[in-house]
Write a protein that binds this ligand. Sequence first.
Ligand code: 8IG
Length: 283
Amino acid sequence: MTEGPHAPDLCERDTDPFDVARAAAGVIADRTGEPRHDVALVLGSGWAQAGALVGRTVASIDNTDVPGFAAAVVEGHRGLISSVAVADTGSRALVFGTRTHYYENRGVRAVVHAVRTAAAAGCRTIVLTNGCGGLRPEWVPGTPVLISDHINLTAASPLEGATFVDLTDAYSPRLRALALDVDPSLEEGVYVQFRGPHYETPAEVRMARVLGGDLVGMSTSLETIAARESSLDVLGLCLVTNPAAGISPTPLEHAEVVRAGEAAAERSGRLLADILVRIAEEG
Ligand code: 8IG
């Protein structure tokens, strides 16, 4: 990789995405003054406020200054990569304020670039958060749910060539136990990644249920696959922001969802902060 930060060519067939990730990690190290980070955090819909509670932000870099990253497209997402000191643990978190979704058509490499950059920056653990639809009626908007496993319905993979990665326990049982220790009332569920960007039909939601799903969304699964390829331990955290299509008898009002998300921000923020402290303490 000799290209500058504005010409990463992540999509070029001849480009090694891991070279771009190493270049990105180099820029992050230079710009944050931190040669290595310990844990990575990807903030999905509904988690931005929660992310602010994680610790003291030491440095923030615009995505567009880092090789392979593009500006955020989803409104309400910030295209910032931040270096955050986790409480007084001495642990440094690399916080991605936004993600690239598969439906953006930038290619799967772009979708998992943050994950590979986190690994290249020294992270051993990644916390992937998202906003999603819930398949269980009791999960009212604002309910945080741990991902226990996933079903990838994108028909895509971030792995290229004959790269066989085991996905048994892809969502670290150790980290799930740690999260449950922080908050014993947390629920767990199977996350189903659809391609999007449209939401599901009620028939597709019923299908997801039959398949064993509990949550529907448009992210996370492909990132988890890439994280396992790079030997990162994964914790997946969903914020149910709406009942999936056809689950609620009445169409949900957007204002209600927003209120529920705001009401949940304090709980999800504290949860995230406490989990990162425990990860810092226990590795
Ligand atoms: I926020 O109901 C959010 N993201 N696929 N379905 C899918 N993605 C989502 C949903 C949902 N809610």
